[in-house]
Design a protein around this ligand. Structure first.
Ligand SMILES: [Zn+2]
Length: 347
C-alpha cells in the first residue's frame, strides 16, 4: 500500500491510498476555490447531557448532482472534481461542508473506488482491504489531532438514508467529545465489570455464539449476528472474535478475513427484499474506543450495519416513540431477521 498526502486548492488535505507502491500522485488541484468557511459549533443540551453540532453552512452543500458533475469521480476531460487525479484506488479528503471543523473536530470523505456506478458490495476483497487500511490509517492520524475524543468511520448508502451523492463513499467524523451511544456502552461495561468481574462485550459475543439462533455468518476471526434486542428490522453486528479496542489493534489474520465476511453480509443485504427493491439502503457504523478513555482497552471494536427498509415497499421511519422517547419498535423478530439473512447467502 502506498499513501500520498497532498492539499486541495483551498488548503484541505487529500490523501490517496494506492494498492500499488509505484503510483505517483502529483496532479495539482487547478480549481479557483475560495477558502472553506466553516461555522460549526458544538452546543450542549443540559437536560440530556448530550452535544449537538450546529452547522448552518451545510445548507449550501452539493445536492444530488447529475453523474457527469459528480465531485467524487476522478478529474477527467478537463472537468475538475475534488480529486485531481485521472484515476485512484481509495481517496480521502476533508469535507468542504463539514459538520465538525476547526477546534470542533474534523469530517472527512472516503471514496471507496473511482467507479461511480459501483457500491461497496461490488468491491473485490483486495479493494475492501485497501478501504480497511484507509479507515485504520485515518483513525491513527485523527486520534492524534488536539481535542479529538472519538473517531467514527461510517457509510450511509442510498437516497432513502439521505445520501446526496451517488458515488460510493463513506465518511469519517472525528468528534471533540465521546458520543452519547459510546458513553452508554462504557457505563454498561463498567457496571457489568463491577457486578461480574467480566467483560460485557466478551459475554455478549460468547452468548450469541452459544445460542446460535441469531448468528448470520461466522468465520475463524469474525462473527456476524443480529443483536438480541435489535432496533432495526435488519441489523447485523460484526465482531472480531479476539477483542480489540480499535481498528489499529486488529491483527493480520482478522484484517485479512474481514473483507470476505463484510462483503458477503452486504451482498445478502442487497438480496433481502428481492431484485426490484435492490440496492438496499443501509447505514454501516464502526464503533471504536474513545481516544483518551481510561478503560479503552475494555472496549470492543465492532461494526453495526442496519437498513431502514422493512419490506420491499416500506421504510422504517423514526416516529413518535423512536424520535420522541428513543424507544424503538421493531416489527421483525431478530431471530426471523437472522433466518432471512441466512436464506439469502451467496451460492
Ligand atoms: Zn462519481
Amino acid at each position: 500500500m502506498k499513501k500520498t498526502t497532498t492539499r486541495l486548492a483551498d488548503g484541505r488535505e487529500l490523501i490517496y491510498y494506492d494498492a500499488s507502491d509505484d503510483v505517483v500522485r502529483a496532479a495539482p488541484d487547478g480549481r479557483p476555490l475560495d477558502p472553506v468557511s466553516t461555522a460549526a459549533e458544538i452546543r450542549h443540551d443540559r437536560l440530556l447531557g448530550e452535544s449537538v453540532a450546529i452547522a448552518s453552512h451545510r445548507q449550501a452543500r452539493t445536492y444530488h448532482p447529475p453523474a457527469d458533475e459528480c465531485p467524487l469521480c476522478p478529474s477527467r476531460d478537463g472537468r475538475h472534481t475534488e480529486i485531481p487525479a485521472a484515476d485512484y484506488d481509495v481517496a480521502v479528503f476533508e469535507n468542504r461542508f463539514p459538520s465538525l471543523a476547526g477546534d470542533h473536530g474534523r469530517c472527512e470523505v472516503v471514496c471507496f473506488t473511482s467507479d461511480h456506478d459501483a457500491s461497496f458490495a461490488d468491491l473485490t476483497a483486495e479493494q475492501a482491504a485497501l478501504v480497511l487500511e484507509a479507515w485504520t490509517d485515518r483513525t491513527a492520524e485523527l486520534s492524534q489531532l488536539p481535542g479529538v475524543q472519538q473517531v467514527f468511520c461510517f457509510e450511509n448508502r442510498g437516497a432513502e438514508i439521505g445520501v446526496t451523492l451517488g458515488h460510493p463513499h463513506g465518511q469519517i467524523y472525528a468528534y471533540p467529545f465521546t458520543t452519547p451511544r459510546t458513553e452508554r456502552m462504557l457505563a454498561s461495561l463498567a457496571a457489568h465489570r463491577r457486578a461480574t468481574g467480566r467483560n460485557l462485550f466478551d459475554d455478549v459475543l460468547a452468548d450469541e455464539l452459544a445460542d446460535g439462533r441469531r448468528i448470520v455468518l461466522e468465520g475463524e476471526h469474525w462473527a456476524a449476528f443480529v443483536p438480541y434486542a435489535a432496533r432495526w428490522p435488519y441489523e447485523v453486528h460484526l465482531y472480531p472474535k479476539q477483542r480489540v479496542p480499535d481498528l489499529l489493534a486488529l491483527d493480520g489474520a482478522a484484517r485479512t478475513e474481514f473483507p470476505q465476511l463484510y462483503l458477503e453480509v452486504l451482498r445478502r443485504f442487497d438480496r433481502l427484499f428481492g431484485p426490484a427493491a435492490a440496492p438496499t439502503p443501509y447505514i454501516s457504523a464502526w464503533h471504536q474506543a474513545p481516544v483518551h478513555a481510561a478503560d479503552r482497552s475494555q472496549f470492543a471494536l465492532h461494526l453495526e450495519l442496519f437498513t431502514i427498509r422493512r419490506t420491499s415497499g416500506k421504510l422504517k421511519f423514526l416516529a413518535g416513540s423512536e424520535s420522541g422517547m428513543n424507544v424503538f419498535i421493531n416489527d421483525v423478530p431478530p431471530e426471523a431477521a437472522a433466518d432471512r439473512l441466512r436464506e439469502v447467502a451467496s451460492e
